[in-house]
Design a protein around this ligand. Sequence first.
Ligand SMILES: [Zn+2]
Length: 209
Amino acid sequence: MEHEFSALFKKNKIWAKRMVEQDPDFFNRLKHQQKPQFLWIGCSDSRVPSDQITGTDPGEMFVHRNIANMVHHSDINILSVLQYSIEVLKVRHIIVCGHYSCGGVKASLEVIDHGLIDNWIRPIKQIYEDHADDFEGLSEAETVDKLCEWNVREQVVNIGRSTSVQKAWREGQQLAVHGVIYSIGDGKLIDLECSISDPGQISDIYRIR
Ligand SMILES: [Zn+2]
């Protein structure tokens, strides 16, 4: 067990050395500031590392991950991430990234007791109900994957409804929210083409004037 943990430090040394070899000023530059253009909201799943699958370096992406890439309006964690990244870092793109075969989405379709996490993923059941027609005739695996896509679209809208995004748009800040999905089976990132960048794309009731 100790070996598994200590191996991380060995790998870290090799990585840090390689980065300096490629770019001697790399860490020095990062030490003084971060200016990421992107906020990434993804699933905690270990197979979906935001930087590796997008080829981005440290400093390029502000990251928040939770089970099933959910956006709850009472989650102080994601609300703080949204406020800081929008108001201070002034990110220009917020990316919600789901992935096929998501365990959290799969669990939301089951009628068994998973414990506390059932509360976290509960809104996905509502998304399933809202789009029931879309799942007709699909196999179990296809249903999970289709629901993974709908969950991303729904969380994109949730971000658009958030007070931080509404305020940014009110102030004329350039900010787009995108929905993408990652395929663990072949490493491909797919644009779900549900981007929003204008308050007019969100129901009037959520506007902050
Ligand atoms: Zn997942």
